[in-house]
Design a protein around this ligand. Structure first.
Ligand code: ADP
Ligand code: MG
Ligand code: MG
Length: 893
């Protein structure tokens, strides 16, 4: 098979095969942009390497051929000591994993060719700087040598020479550093640094393949839901040099501001530097606009390339570039990560610029981004103590305790406390801490630094480059002037303004939340600047369009009038799940106890009867809140003993009471009942429809309360639309029995009221048996709602309350599933049953109304699935309603 593709052979659609970086390098090459020649070794090769633990045989020859082509293109020789071709070996998976995997630069240098390079370039210092970088990167990534050994040796040398920055070191200094680095390599790896360029190349390629499975790469993929079996491609690219002194440099830029979406000149540039120097935050970078003064020709060319790429990709791009002695080279581009606010603004800007259609614009944003924008912000008017200001890198308002490293952040998280990870700068080793923390603060680095890029990707609040802040991890101190804070002290960071405050700061609803809850005018009034107004308008345009195109209706899970009102404001088109268990709690527990303790049928009926007016009141309020919209009421679902006192508490009470000689006969009877009703597996026990069959009065009282509430609302001129839903049905007979009794009650209420009471009655589909026998159940059911929480429980045989913390981490690590099936629907298993259910029900009643009411109703991936299988609506928590509206729209275009 063909494992090696020249850049000129690929294009941007081939991300699966060439990885994101390789596909985009190919695209840029074919656009005629200045990309140094090179080639890509495919992800197929990586997968084969991972399967067999050895390089596919064909690669050797294919790489040789590709190298020849590169040599011919630029007139240098790989391994030619006088005229050496140097290359970089760069990882690049389908999904970008910034800083997660490895890159080795300057491959091809050795003790001879370093002299050749010095002569060729007329710059001895540069040649030795390149060589020391090669040994350093090769040592770290290929030979697994602790990177600090090299970094410390470099720091020691600078200190010995009394200089602050790398460029101040002389050629002689760097020669000495190379000797030190070679010695470190020998000591640590037991072998000399390899002098054979091809050996350097082959080993680097293998190291990139191996880096796919490093701990931090695995962790990142899990966090980002990237499958573990994709593998990475390897890009071999001719080196161009930004470390050739003045007139050379390297930089990163965005075609639009990744924080606001505004188009303009955004980026960082660093003179006389190579590779990671810009993003590592080692030296402070220049804003890109400064390049115009330094080198107008390269700057103009870069601006033209930025415009070209944005028009071509029809999206915000980020770009890595290098200027080598006044010549511009592009080293990477991709559709850039951006903040949630920027995503919405950019999407509508691109529509206005006629680069994309309105349909496309809703695909450019996600429900996750929308929910980020709905999070609260710091209260502008609150009293707060400003500590310092950095750069806004990833928005949000985070308040938490200072953690100086990953371990501290993880400890805080484990203890249930919010932490802000505070570092001078971050590198990929800080990833566990960044995941555990709710915010990240650094004192160095720009908007393209590691901390900024990763935090934006994760949606974690982040402020970077707060230069006034001194962070001393060794002393566990954060200092600003005279203020000294230490581990555990509370700070607040604002990822939208870059502000850092001491102590707790109160938060208020975001303008987007105000828009969603109270409408456009209220939000525009709250927005205090043009940027925010623009954002509110963008969200409005996109949500409005999503509503227009979506087929799925969106309902909310709500069981109080307040939640129902909130859900309705957020666009809910009904209630898909009104749980009724709370109507038995609080003061009403005594009624349930009376039901259970009743010695005669009359006693039991009386106790149930007493609950009717109470529940009727509840329903009246909810139906009023949802006037004109369907409201699916689920009859009581949990096992009855959940309403009884706790066994231990009760035992203690009885024992104590007896000791004191009190009358505890009622408690004793209760205790007996609790013991009698104890179940080994309550979730699979007496609950749902089973309870309805065994104690008909339980469902009876609820049905009567629903019907009477319906009548009352009708008589008040309202338009109530209750639907009665029976939980945990497994057999059509169960539903038949409940329906017969229900219809009798409805008829009685109708008779009493003198109006028609004809309410739909349907089953919740949450047992595999119900899904596979749905055709027979359909005759008895006016609608169905898939209860995917219980369905997942019963399909997998997973006890939801136990399994997630018990072994899901291990399951995810072992790729048994990528995401918890309780979070995102398991399409193969649970989804297949849903699909069977849909198809079976529609075969009997083509127009039967079908919905879903599990947690999955608010999960973006699951919503797309429910759209595909043809459900009519999803139901989710009120907060997620806007997210579901957007995702349902995205699913439809
Ligand atoms: P990452 O995926 O972490 O961005 P890259 O493969 O892009 O890793 O490379 C790391 C750094 O090295 C980047 O700054 C990149 O621009 C630089 N780099 C990679 N290849 C070359 C090359 N051939 N010439 C000069 N710089 C390079
Ligand atoms: Mg890169
Ligand atoms: Mg259930």
């Amino acid at each position: 098979p063909k494992y090696v593709y020249m850049f000129s052979e690929g294009d941007k659609e081939q991300k699966d095969l060439l990885g994101g970086k390789g596909a985009n390098l190919a695209e840029m090459t074919n656009l005629g942009l200045p990309v140094p020649p090179g080639f890509t070794i495919t992800t197929d090769a990586c997968r084969s390497y991972m399967d067999t633990r050895s390089m596919p045989e064909e690669i050797e020859v294919q790489v040789t051929t590709a190298l020849r082509e590169v040599e011919a293109a630029i007139g240098r020789g790989f391994g030619d000591n006088d005229n050496p071709l140097l290359v970089s070996v760069r990882s690049g998976a389908k999904f970008s994993m910034p800083g997660m995997m490895e890159t080795v630069l300057n491959i091809g240098l050795n003790d001879q060719s370093v002299e050749g390079l010095a002569k060729l370039s007329g710059n001895e210092r540069f040649a030795w700087d390149s060589y020391r970088r090669l040994i350093q990167m090769f040592g770290k990534t290929v030979l697994d040598i602790d990177g600090d050994l090299f970094a410390n040796a470099l720091d020691d040398l600078k200190e010995a020479r009394g200089v602050a920055t790398d460029p101040e070191l002389s050629a002689e200094d760097l020669k000495e550093l190379v000797a030190t680095f070679k010695q470190i390599t020998k000591e640590q790896s037991g072998a000399d640094f390899p002098q054979d360029p091809r050996e350097q190349l082959d080993k680097s390629v293998e190291a990139v393949f191996n880096s796919w499975n490093t701990e931090r790469a695995v962790l990142y993929r899990r966090r980002e839901r990237i499958p573990h079996d994709l593998g990475t491609a390897v890009n071999v690219c001719t080196m161009v040099f930004g470390n050739l002194g003045e007139g050379s440099g390297t930089g990163v830029c965005f075609t639009r501001d990744p924080a606001t979406g505004h188009s303009g000149v955004y980026g960082d540039y660093l003179e006389d530097a190579q590779g990671e120097d810009v993003v590592a935050g080692i030296r402070n970078t220049l804003p890109l606009a400064e390049l115009e003064k330094l080198d107008k020709k390269s700057y103009d060319e870069l601006r033209a390339a930025m415009r070209r790429l944005e028009t071509h990709y029809r999206d915000l791009c980020d770009i890595e570039f290098t200027v080598e002695k006044g010549k511009l080279w592009l080293l990477q581009t991709r559709v850039g990560k951006r903040t949630a606010a920027a995503a919405f603004r950019v999407a509508t800007q691109l529509v206005d610029e006629k680069l994309i259609t309105v349909d496309e614009s809703i695909e450019r944003v996600t429900g996750a981004q929308l929910s980020q924008l709905m999070f609260p912000q710091f209260d502008e008017d609150a009293d707060k103590t400003l500590l310092a200001k950095g750069m806004a890198a990833s928005p949000g308002a985070a308040v938490g305790e200072i953690a100086f490293d990953s371990v501290q952040a993880q400890e805080a998280q484990a203890a249930g406390r919010d932490a802000i990870l505070v570092r001078r700068e971050t590198n990929p080793d800080d990833l566990p801490g960044m995941i555990a923390a709710i915010g990240v603060l650094t004192s160095r680095g720009g908007k393209t630094s590691h901390a900024a890029v990763v935090a934006r990707g994760m949606g974690t609040t982040c402020v970077v480059g707060a230069e006034a802040v001194t962070i001393d991890a060794a002393k566990q101190e954060l200092r600003v002037g005279d203020t000294v804070l230490t581990r555990g002290d509370i700070i607040a960071i604002d990822g939208t303004s870059g502000e850092i405050f001491v102590g707790d700061v109160p938060v208020v609803p975001s303008p987007v939340m105000t828009y969603i809850a109270d409408g456009l005018d209220a939000a525009l009034e709250q927005a205090h600047d043009e940027e925010t107004k623009e954002l509110v308008h963008a969200v409005d345009r996109i949500l409005t369009h999503a509503d227009k195109v979506r087929r799925l209706r969106v309902r909310a899970n709500s069981d109080t009038p307040e939640d129902s009102i909130a859900a309705r404001k957020r666009g809910a088109e009904g209630i898909g799940l009104c749980r009724t268990e709370h109507m038995f709690l609080g003061d009403r527990r005594t009624y349930v106890e009376r039901v259970i303790l009743a010695e005669t049928a009359e006693e039991q009926d009386a106790a149930l009867e007493a609950l009717v007016p109470l529940q009727r009141g509840d329903f009246i309020e909810i139906f009023e809140a949802m006037d004109g919209l369907p409201t699916t009421v689920r009859l009581i679902d949990p096992p009855l003993h959940e309403f009884l006192p706790d066994l231990t508490d009760l035992s203690v009470k009885v024992a104590l009471g007896k000791e004191r000689g009190e009358d505890v006969s009622r408690e004793e009877k209760l205790l007996e009942a609790v013991l009698r009703m104890h179940e080994a597996n309550p979730m699979l026990g007496l609950r749902g429809v089973r309870l309805g069959v065994k104690i008909p009065g339980m469902f009876g009282l609820q049905i009567r309360a629903i019907a009477e509430a319906y009548v009352e609302r009708k008589k008040a001129g309202g338009d109530p639309k209750p639907e009665i839903m029976v939980p945990l049905v497994g057999s059509v007979r169960e539903l038949q029995i409940v329906r017969e009794r229900a219809e009798k009650i409805l008829a009685e209420v109708a008779e009493e009221a003198g109006i028609e009471v004809d309410l739909p009655i349907g089953a919740m589909i949450e047992l595999p048996r119900a899904a596979v026998t749905i055709e027979s159940i359909t005759d008895e059911s006016d609608f169905f709602s898939f209860g995917t929480n219980d369905l997942t429980q019963t399909v997998w045989g997973f006890s939801r309350d136990d399994v997630e913390s018990a072994f899901f981490d291990e399951y995810q690590e072992a790729s048994i599933f990528g995401v918890s099936p309780f979070e995102s629907i398991d399409e193969r298993g649970v989804g297949t049953l849903v699909k069977m259910g849909v198809d079976g029900a529609r075969a009997v009643k083509p127009n039967i109304h079908l919905g879903v009411c599990g947690e999955h109703g608010g999960d973006p991936d699951s919503i797309h699935f429910f759209h595909r299988v043809g459900l009519d609506y999803v139901s989710c928590s009120p907060f997620r309603v806007p997210v579901a509206r957007l995702e349902a729209g995205r699913a439809a275009v």
